[in-house]
Design a protein around this ligand. Structure first.
Ligand code: ATP
Ligand code: MG
Length: 245
């Protein structure tokens, strides 16, 4: 297991955003996370990545207890994430955006120039190298966010709803890039996504959260017929089998 959470809980005042979440991610897999709005998905990423500590429970990455570490320390160990709302530095070029991401954790900028170039090439972003981030379309912005993560030299990448706002063609293309990162880059991927068809298709295993609790863990195809999952999604009225985002 490259990542494990053991009975991880997080409360915001009276709101129990996560309750006893057990998660195990194997090295080399693409692991999918879904669940209705407000289920606690982004909060789970936040506690894993060290944005804030869990209220209780333990998080182990690569055999190390990272529960109390800060975000930059966790990043340094090889675990990085993208944010649900696309974030780039508008006036900086693609190259500089990726370089800033790669130096998160205080590494010497010179060490990373080669790694940044290598990452831009790996994601087919060389031509956009000098473009200011504000001039990029949403799809390319998302690739740049991913490049900034990869250039840290991470082993585990967490993507928070990366397909949101993309067209069908862009979704197919983006999923191809995720597979490329996973297969050819050797990166383990943990991905939150609302579009269940896409997530079922790309994931080796899946977890469904509802009200901060795990209601499903295992085979992606089983999600389609699991009574609890169906009930939760029908209740929310936002199930997305075979629909566009
Ligand atoms: N920093 C915070 N302070 C207070 N409450 C928060 C905070 N972050 C999240 N919450 C609350 O915790 C619950 C879970 O939120 P979270 O963002 O993890 O859900 P989500 O599953 O990612 O939802 P979505 O699909 O809409 O992105 C929500 O009720 C949210 O309002
Ligand atoms: Mg979220």
């Amino acid at each position: 297991m490259i990542l494990k959470t053991e009975r991880v809980s997080k409360a915001f005042g009276k709101l129990q955003a996560l309750l006893n979440v057990d998660l195990e991610v194997a090295e080399g897999e693409i692991f999918g996370i879904a669940g209705p709005n407000g289920a606690g998905k982004s909060t789970l990423f936040n506690v894993i990545a060290g944005a804030f500590p869990p209220s209780s429970g333990r998080i182990v990455f690569d055999g190390r207890d990272i529960t109390k570490l800060k975000a930059h320390q966790i990043c340094h160990l090889g675990l990085t994430r993208t944010f649900q709302v696309p974030r780039t530095f508008a006036t900086l070029s693609v190259f500089d955006n990726v370089r800033v991401g790669a130096t998160f954790g205080g590494e010497d900028i010179r060490i990373h120039r080669e790694k940044v170039n290598e990452t831009l090439a790996f994601l087919g972003l060389e031509e956009a190298r000098d473009t200011p981030a504000s001039n990029l379309d949403l799809y390319t912005t998302k690739l740049v966010m991913m490049a900034a993560c990869l250039a840290t030299g991470c082993r585990l990448l967490m993507l928070d709803e990366p397909l949101a706002g993309l067209s069908m063609i862009e979704i197919a293309s983006f999923l191809g890039v995720v597979r490329h990162i996973n297969r050819d880059g050797g990166i383990t991927v943990l991905m939150i996504e609302h579009i269940l068809d896409s997530l079922i298709d790309i994931s080796n295993r899946m977890l469904i959260l509802d009200n901060g609790q795990v209601i499903y863990f295992g085979d992606p195809e089983g999600v389609r017929t699991d009574p609890k999952v169906i009930e939760v999604y029908l209740g929310e009225g936002d199930i997305q089998f075979g629909e566009d985002a």
